[in-house]
Design a protein around this ligand. Sequence first.
Ligand SMILES: *Cc1c(COP(=O)(O)O)cnc(C)c1O
Length: 408
Amino acid sequence: MSSDFVAHLECAYTGEILEKGKPHTLSPSGMPLLVRYDLKSLANEISREEIENCSEPGFWRYSPLLPVTEEKFRISLGEVVTPLIPLNKSVEHLGLKAGSIIVKDESRLPTGSFKARGLCLAVSMAKQFGLEHLAIPTNGNAGSALAAYAARAGMKTTVLCPDNTPPINTSETLAQGGDTYLVNGLIGDCGKIIADGKQDLGWFAVSTLKEPYRIEGKKTMGLELAEQMGWDLPDVIFYPTGGGTGLIGMWKAFHEMLELGWIDCKLPRMVAVQSTGCAPMVKAWQEGSEHAEYWQDAETEASGIRVPAAIGDFLILRTVRESGGFAIAVSDEEIMAARDRVGREDGLLLCPEGAATYVAWENALAEGLVSKDDRIVLFNTATGLKYPLPEVTERIDQNLPFDASRFK
Ligand SMILES: *Cc1c(COP(=O)(O)O)cnc(C)c1O
């Protein structure tokens, strides 16, 4: 399928319209840009059934709702439709039936995280525009996804990470051809260095929401979820929120599908999950503010959500409010305990960010913010294998006689 239903780009804050067909960063008012489609023409030309029956792999089946105009610009590493995995034993202690909580397991995507969706689209669009050198500030997963897709596209990448980024992330980035640097600061400090490089070295920055296409990639989580559920949606979505691309992207997808007539259900309540060590959206949501304040001394092992300031803060907060959802923070202690429980009892190794959504749901249930009858989807945004795991300390000496009492 090759198609171009993109109408224009629109400033998410002022509504100012910009023309398509050339690279864009932020809007003239310094705000994120959103891609707008000619949904009327799309609805006339392509039906939901055609999408269902098409043989395109993974999220490329939604290509009419994506900005890549020709197949030759698609940079692909085998994106898959990620599975919906019901939690069974790990929810029984709460008196829930097996299968009432579902995990959308994004760890199966290339580079082991859902960052692949966004960077796949950003790199494909960079290819379409003939860009050559991409740069990114990252807490880990975005950097490796960028490096992998850019290597595939034959582009250069410069990746700047805070120096406490999990070593596996920086190593995998390097191994996939990204010029990788550790910075003694946070992700915002990395972003400042990228801004200098843009000026002096001609880098094109693909920072979260500072170019318009990563969100189009993340949007496919919402499209995919709807199709997997038979063009229906859950009652509540728990999403680990850093820069917010996924939350904003899914909300955008739901509205596009409503307008296309692909769905006619009630939209889910969107829950932004953060860490108590970095919870700018939770604070802003509680205070009723439109924007969030910078979070000082951000610290959490869930590095994907260690984002002290997000340029799309107003879009995250708008989505949470419009959807009747809420923002909630959980501690690293709770996160690690949840990761261990779900791994041990259900055989599903969540990443800390994914485990955060499990804790948030558990706490929300206890506080009456959600009910036992709600159909819940949690997002596991990366593979648990990328993070430090418990060490094995038990040793067996093969030269000693067998001792049954040593085993459980
Ligand atoms: C980036 C990241 C997040 C946050 O995603 P946003 O859509 O930017 O809010 C959550 N989890 C993991 C594992 C990540 O890498």
